[in-house]
Design a protein around this ligand. Structure first.
Ligand code: ATP
Ligand code: MG
Length: 563
């Protein structure tokens, strides 16, 4: 066990450590991340990825990437590609261990014949509905159907003909022969294989029978030699069938399943089915919409893989489900960006300031460090300063309350990296809205301090009108308006809980020119505004688009109140 494993101690790692010491499996630790390629990965999957790859690395083992692709209706190669990209981006490497459950269809079929021959599986020809009723209920045992005692020969013959495509969908299924009165409903002769005359995205028309999840999952683990099969709590009841199958098929020292808590994050949903609906119904711009909890969306939003890994570590691995607060995720994001991204000046809602005593045509290049003192990085740039500036509308109030330290008539403020200025005149249009401010600057205050030591409390950001680059800011908020959008009121659909204000677009923002040549995907802190990233899809030179990754602090409530 590495030092990292000792530090990350949780019940899963405790267990793996014990198993390594006792030599329980007689082989190196092997885990797997087993996505079904029917959607993009989300932050919940990231938790599972960090756990599976993390445990493998910490205990000198390996982690497989296995696509659990057993449903021909919902799966697609585009999801395989996106999943690989996301796992790689998160910083994990599966080497050459890229596996597909669909590559095991032959083995799984052989196992099926084996089970039939052992008398442990049978072909049932009841309808879906009859099978359901025959299962009984939680309080009532089920009853054997008419086909449960078919002979091995009949079963084999039917199974082979199922495979050969002689029957239509639903005509027969292969079921395990276990116990129709089993206290665990899943063990009441679970379905193993069904007929589905549908082409598979990888296997084409090679198969017309497909294994069910329970049948494919544990046996795929066993085929690969997995030791610790880590999955989320909703599979707790499936552990019995997992164990039954790997044992009956005859694996020595088979893998063991352990369940951990699923990540649930406030103000979002982590169900691929629901996320797919948001995409298909056009309620978001796609899987990579920056409001989506998908890895692709979070990446486009500007979050780094390091921040996601740090978040996964903070939430830890527990046995009981608990929701994570969005604030805990945003904390991890800010913490990471604070230490790595340069600061720049960007004015979101521009208001023009004319410095009436600043010489026309004069331009000064002001030195501006890109990082604050407490960030151990160096770097600086020059920001042009001239007679006409943009400042943020929010930094001016004509009639300010007490304790408002920004600009107002007669008041002096500091321009970041620049001069002290005083507002002398407010220019309004015919409707009375403020359109321009006239200010004077104090030439001896370059750098922001008055030689006479007079105190100026407020510091505001700005850009030079003649030099700034126009840009679009996309301010993303929470996707849903309630903390738990899985808790839907009677008669309503979860989509009714979407927050209509989750995106605000500001089209007339201005940013300092130093960013002109930065590649798309560059991240910044816009001073006093938030962390932003230039949009990987839509931003280009001359038409810059920035996504807000996260606000500087949790100013969400404040912002809502103002809107
Ligand atoms: P959904 O239920 O939304 O369809 P899923 O869990 O079925 O998602 P899979 O592709 O089967 O999606 O998941 C791959 C792995 O990721 C599984 O081992 C699953 O347990 C794990 N996983 C999925 N969602 C979460 C989550 N919210 N938190 C932690 N692990 C998760
Ligand atoms: Mg699943």
């Amino acid at each position: 066990m590495t030092a990292e494993a000792r530090e990350n101690r949780d019940f899963v790692r405790e267990m793996v450590a014990r198993d390594v010491v006792s030599g329980k499996f007689g082989r190196p630790v092997m885990t797997r991340f087993p996505p079904e390629p029917n959607g993009f990965l989300h932050i919940g999957h990231a938790k599972s990825i960090c756990l599976n790859f993390g445990v493998a690395r910490e205990f000198g083992g390996v982690c497989n990437l296995r696509f659990d692709d057993t449903n021909p209706f919902t799966e697609d190669i585009k999801y395989v590609e996106s999943i690989k990209e996301d796992v790689r981006w998160l910083g994990f490497d599966w080497g050459d261990r890229e596996y597909y459950a669909s590559d095991y269809f032959e083995r799984l079929y052989e196992f099926a014949e084996l089970l039939v021959k052992k008398g442990k599986a049978y072909v049932d020809s009841q309808s879906e509905e009859e099978i359901r009723i025959g299962r009984g209920t939680v309080t009532q045992p089920g009853a054997a159907g008419p086909w449960r005692d078919r002979s091995v020969d009949d079963n084999l013959d039917l199974l082979r003909r199922m495979r050969a495509g002689e029957f239509p969908d639903g005509a027969h299924v292969l079921r395990a022969k276990i116990d129709l009165a089993h206290p665990n409903m899943i063990m009441r002769d679970p379905l193993l294989i069904r007929i589905r005359k549908a082409p598979h995205y990888r296997r084409g028309d090679a198969w017309c029978i497909y294994p069910l999840y329970d049948y494919a999952h544990g046996l795929s683990d066993a085929i690969e030699g997995v030791t610790h099969s880590l999955c989320t709590l909703e599979f707790k009841d499936n552990r019995d069938i997992y164990d039954w199958l790997v044992r009956e098929v005859g694996f020595e020292r088979p893998p063991e399943q352990t369940e951990f808590a699923r990540l649930q994050l406030d103000y979002t949903v982590l169900s691929k089915r629901k996320l797919l609906r948001l995409v298909n119904e056009g309620l978001v711009s796609g899987w990579d919409d920056p409001r989506m909890p998908t890895i692709a969306g979070i990446r486009r939003r500007g979050v780094t893989p390091e921040a996601i890994r740090a978040f996964a570590e903070t939430i830890g691995v527990a046995r009981k489900d608990a929701r994570a607060e969005l604030a805990s995720f945003e904390f991890a994001v800010r913490n990471d960006l604070n230490m790595r991204v340069p600061r720049v000046l960007c004015v979101a809602r521009p208001l023009k300031v004319v410095l009436t005593n600043y010489p026309e045509g004069q331009v000064e290049q002001l030195h501006a460090p890109s990082y604050p003192h407490d960030v151990p990085r160096t770097g600086s740039r020059l920001v042009p300063f001239s007679r006409e500036l943009w400042i943020d509308r929010d930094d001016f109030m004509e009639d300010p309350p007490r304790k408002y330290y920004r600009l107002s008539p007669g008041r002096e403020v500091r321009l970041r990296y620049g001069y002290l200025i005083t507002c002398t005149d407010v220019v309004k249009d015919s409707s009375g809205s403020v359109v321009e401010l006239h200010c004077t600057y104090d030439p001896v205050t370059r750098g922001g301090n008055a030689p006479d030591g007079r105190r100026v409390q407020g510091t505001i950001h700005w850009v030079s009108v003649a030099h700034a680059l126009p840009c679009e800011l996309r301010l993303y908020g929470r996707l849903f308006s309630v903390p738990d959008p899985d808790d839907v009121p009677e008669g309503e659909d979860f989509t009714s809980l979407l927050d209509p204000e989750s995106l605000a677009v500001l089209r007339d923002a201005w940013i300092e020119p130093s960013v002109a040549d930065d590649p798309p995907g560059s991240r910044y802190q816009f001073e006093r505004t938030g962390y932003f990233v230039s949009d990987l899809v839509d931003s280009r030179p001359g038409a810059l688009v920035f996504n807000r990754t996260v606000t500087l602090r949790d100013s969400w409530e404040k912002e809502k109140a103002r809107a």
